[in-house]
Design a protein around this ligand. Structure first.
Ligand code: FAD
Length: 425
């Protein structure tokens, strides 16, 4: 039985929504978390960034994550270029030996359910299989939502603050026309899980692999998980992958044949679910808060997944957003300035990852060469890959990287080097 009114309603029970709801409820405010699907539900986005550690610590879920059999310890990243040459693995611990430098590859159905259940443990009222149909706005002020449970009547529920964590569904941003899609990064992904694919556990855990196809038009992710599963995903321009070609299955197989690194790893493996196709357009929102509402996670913005930053950004934005909402509720002032107080710091920090994504797709990002010529930037680059983006020196690498890339020829059918480390012979 839902109340007619809450201090805070969080829409969307993914990582962002469950984090925000847990923290607002823990601070003593009545909180409703609404998820339209039924947990556990599948989701793309299984490789985490190490800096998620601090959000997990605050949520109190580190031990639970560590116990999950379906998750695998992620200790680094590795890149394979379009000629099939493999970089040295890039181990996070060699940069910083603390436990916070490592993270997990997760099965999102179980990961998202764990966080959803954690929000309930912290005191939030959590319901799934229930869809928020609309957010009520009076002028710019959000006053509540209408929602539809699976078998009940339509209900109107009021709240002092609404946190929109609806992911790419972007309920408020779509309603108010706030979404700004980056025309350069209109991508799609085709992905599935395999059982029995190759695993490399050197360094005490698994690595996320990013592997180019021979013509460098696409790349594959390779994310080994627990229970002998590996997630393999193809990413390329939306038009290139989905227009005027065969079925997604045919396109996936054609591109797999062009990706030596992925092909040899799945050669003897069995696909164990159907291929899924997801749109992957990078976007920002022109406004992230109004009176009584704020956007967190993918509802705030989406950055191409090449550096596995999405879940970390979802967790971090939700934690920072929740802190602003808690302060606003405590002060009795839930204006846009108060509930959105977190936005500037977060937007400034995350733009460095956006820049790194743009560098990746520019075809001029020969990082091994760059780091050799500018060893003073190796640590700064690793910080970006780990997600350490809030320090005062973050982004210094671009002072030299951008002019350096200007002198590089864009690469397409020549050898692409995407890794920070020397290639293996
Ligand atoms: C191809 C691809 C690969 C990716 N790979 C990675 C990766 O390796 N690592 C990584 O960190 N990130 C990755 N990401 C990004 C990652 O998936 C997202 O950034 C992350 O899931 C965002 O979390 P969220 O909580 O904001 O949104 P979501 O996880 O999408 O959760 C939003 C929730 O809101 C619910 N919802 C929507 N509308 C309503 C409504 N009206 N009422 C109630 N509930 C609603 C949805 O059902 C959903 O459960 C990838 C993304 C793509 C597209």
């Amino acid at each position: 039985m839902l109340n007619p009114s809450y201090d805070c309603i969080v829409i969307g029970g993914g990582p962002a929504g469950s984090t925000a709801a847990a923290l607002v409820a823990e601070a003593g405010f009545s909180t409703l978390l609404v998820e339209r699907e039924t947990h556990p539900r599948p989701h793309v986005g299984e490789s985490l960034m190490p800096e998620s550690y601090w959000v997990f610590e605050r949520l109190g879920v580190l031990e639970e994550l560590d116990r999950m059999k379906s998750f695998a310890k992620k200790v680094g990243v590795q890149f394979v270029n379009n000629t099939g040459r493999e970089s040295q693995p890039f181990f996070f611990r060699s940069h910083d030996p603390r436990p916070c430098s490592e993270t997990w590859h997760v099965l999102r159905s179980e990961f998202d359910q764990l966080l959803f259940n954690n929000a309930a443990k912290k005191g939030a009222t959590c319901i799934d299989n229930t869809r928020v149909l609309d957010v009520h706005l009076t002028g710019d002020r959000a006053t509540g939502v209408s929602l539809q449970t699976a078998d009940g009547p339509l209900q109107n529920i009021s709240a002092q603050v609404i946190i929109d964590a609806t992911g790419q569904h972007s309920l408020i941003a779509n309603k108010l026309g706030l979404k700004k899609v980056n025309p350069e990064l209109k991508k799609a992904a085709i992905w599935r899980h395999y059982r029995g694919a190759k695993r490399d556990e050197s360094g005490g855990g698994v690595k996320t692999l990013v592997m180019h196809t021979t013509d460098a038009k696409c790349w594959f992710w390779y994310i080994p998980q627990g229970n002998d599963l590996v997630s393999v995903g193809l990413v390329g321009n939306h038009e290139f992958l989905l227009k005027g070609r065969g079925t997604p299955e045919e396109t996936f197989e054609e591109e797999l044949a062009k990706c030596h690194g992925a092909k040899v790893r799945v050669k003897d493996a069995e696909p164990c679910d159907d291929l899924r196709v997801v749109k992957e357009f990078s976007y920002t929102t022109t406004r992230s808060a109004g009176d009584g509402w704020t956007l967190v996670g993918d509802a705030w913005g989406f950055i191409d997944p090449v550096y596995s930053s999405g879940v970390y950004f979802a967790l971090q934005s939700a934690m920072m957003g929740a802190d602003s909402v808690i302060a606003a509720l405590k002060s009795g002032d839930t204006s846009a300035a108060k509930v959105g107080a977190w936005v500037e710091e977060f937007s400034t920090a995350t733009r460095w990852v956006r820049k790194l994504v743009n560098a990746f797709y520019s075809g001029r990002f020969r990082v091994g060469k760059f780091v050799m010529e500018h060893p003073e930037h190796a640590a700064g680059l690793t910080d970006l890959l780990i997600g350490r983006i809030f320090g005062p020196n973050t982004g210094k690498i671009f002072d030299d990287l951008e002019p350096w890339m200007e002198q590089m020829d864009p690469m397409s059918d020549v050898e692409v080097e995407v890794a920070g480390a020397p290639v293996l012979a």
